[in-house]
Design a protein around this ligand. Sequence first.
Ligand code: NAD
Length: 371
Amino acid sequence: MVTHDEWGPEKIIQVYDAKTGMKGIVVVDNTTLGPGKGGIRMLPEVSVDEVAALARAMTWKNALADLPFGGAKSGIVADSKTLTQEKKDEIVGAFAKAIRNVCPTMYIAGPDMYMAEHEMEVFVKANGSIKSATGKPKDLCEGYSCGIPHELGSTGFGVYHATLVSLKHFGIPVKGAKIAIEGFGNVGTFAADFLSKDGAKIIATSDSKGAVYNENGLDVRELLRIKSRGGSVTESNEKKIPAESIFELDVDVLIPAARAYVINEKNAHNVRAKIIIEGANIPMTIEIEKKLHQKGVLIIPDFIANAGGVISSYVEHIGGKTEEVFPMIERKIVPNTIAVLERSKQKGMMPRDAGMEIAKERLLNAKRFSV
Ligand code: NAD
């Protein structure tokens, strides 16, 4: 059962198409600031509860990023791994048609698990509105670019700026700062690239095959070359370390950028990082976050640190250019991270709680001025 409170959800839509067997869910949590924005995930076990929780997370993320977007999310109940691309397209198309009446006025889609550029193209074509989704291919529209590529590294760029602000707050110069990054994927590679160009030492990173370590800083260029040909960081000449030890290294900054709940009851007491920047979504529970905060670890939560992706979606939604993405991410992530850190210091609260307070204030202010 989805619980309801003063923030939402405003609308829960469940759709079914007998012809294709498509079963879908849309939860529009809150549209005070604008149409609900959140990706579509395709999973066999996706439920209304899960979609509602994710939609709520988007309400806070979009409000804190200071975007004119509300919070929403959707799910398609299907196992992508067992579907042919043709069948998957049919299901995505049926879903897009079924929710036509709420897109893009109340809901704007985007890619999430098992959804990528191609599926967003299928979605907008079936939906009939180019504004019904972001994450579209760059060359979808004739004569102008109406999609912003994932390869731009928007989220990693935002993580990089959240890291710079946090290092400054802690009085640690970026040049020579020791950083460990779990997950050398889209978020991790770009964060590593920007930080190493500023002189930070990326001393460890990992992927699904394992982790590598170099006390003097990894050769990030070489790791990027290996990744670009589809290889693993473990194929480099760097020293291999057990993947799980990445969370326990003596570093200035730890950036979890792959999986959920990786910092947990088993390893939290061994965390030695001064700062944790949550590149991944929910890399730890709030309870673990509280414990680490009490130990003096500065944690920039996911909904602040990884908002670069949704800021890029906003630029795409308003028809902006690729070149406008990075400046806007910087303009939003830097002051928002500073505001969160200042409030957290003033009130002695966790950055997460300070961020939630600011997000709620933005919603309440917008409500006051809406008719
Ligand atoms: P990705 O698939 O590009 O990269 C994930 C990386 O994690 C890969 O290198 C993979 O090998 C690695 N990995 C998988 N299992 C691992 C393991 N056991 N140990 C270490 N590494 C492992 O994904 P991404 O887009 O970089 O997303 C990473 C995280 O960031 C996810 O939690 C995602 O929800 C979150 N996020 C991503 C974006 C975005 O725009 N990409 C936006 C917001 C949040």
